[in-house]
Design a protein around this ligand. Structure first.
Ligand SMILES: C[S@@+](CC[C@H](N)C(=O)[O-])C[C@H]1O[C@@H](n2cnc3c(N)ncnc32)[C@H](O)[C@@H]1O
Length: 192
């Protein structure tokens, strides 16, 4: 089991429940933060890129990623890598920002609004504040990339916070924007 994570919250939670976890991140600083935050249940942290995983084929029964490498690495490279390291029946579960969220992002105001700001088609790469690039696919392209990697799509969950719940990560206008439109997509897939 492994995760592409930042400070490793989910890895920590699963390790505490007795799972065998390996955490992976590109950033040495993030790995150090994960190591500092680690609880009594210790697990290895590995530096590596989602698009070139340093793991053998068929070695994990779950790959999960919470706005990690699958948002920040080209999905047409990262998804086949995740599929490669999964054993048969293993699951790839991850979340990414929704195309709605990206299309309604107002660069000048630095927030998500109720107005379409960008075309849905061709979002592709999003230039982020710190010079990094995130990747945005259409719903159709996600289906193609996942199926192209040999994965079966079991679910696409669009979390809907309660009315009045502010977005905890990005500024949105209104603050409970995500009650009205999906801010994120949670893909649930498995390797047959
Ligand atoms: C938004 S943070 C993830 C936050 C994480 N879910 C948490 O709560 O800490 C994105 C993470 O992806 C990592 N990352 C960026 N590009 C990556 C890549 N190509 N492969 C693996 N990890 C990557 C970053 O170093 C960062 O730790």
């Amino acid at each position: 089991m492994y995760s592409i994570r930042g400070a490793g919250q989910w890895s920590r939670a699963l390790a505490a429940e007795g799972a065998t976890v390996v955490g992976l991140d590109l950033s040495e600083a993030q790995l150090a933060a994960g190591a500092r935050a680690m609880g009594a249940a210790r697990y290895p942290l590995v530096q590596g890129a989602a698009e070139q995983l340093p793991f053998a084929a068929d070695s994990f029964d779950l790959v999960f990623c919470d706005f990690g490498g699958l948002s920040w690495a080209p999905p047409h490279l990262a998804v086949p890598q995740a599929a490669r390291v999964l054993g048969r029946g293993g699951r790839l579960v991850f979340n990414v920002a929704s195309p709605w969220f990206e299309a309604c992002y107002d660069e000048a105001a630095s927030r998500v609004t109720t107005t379409l700001q960008q075309d849905y088609f061709g979002l592709n790469t999003i230039a982020e504040d710190d010079g990094a690039t995130s990747y945005q696919l259409t719903y159709g392209d996600w289906v193609k990339v996942l199926r192209g990697a040999g994965l079966i799509i079991d679910d696409l969950i669009e979390p809907r916070p309660e009315l009045g719940t502010p977005n905890g990560y990005n500024e949105t206008d209104p603050p409970d924007w995500a009650h009205r439109w999906p801010a994120e997509l949670l893909w649930v897939t498995h390797k047959p």
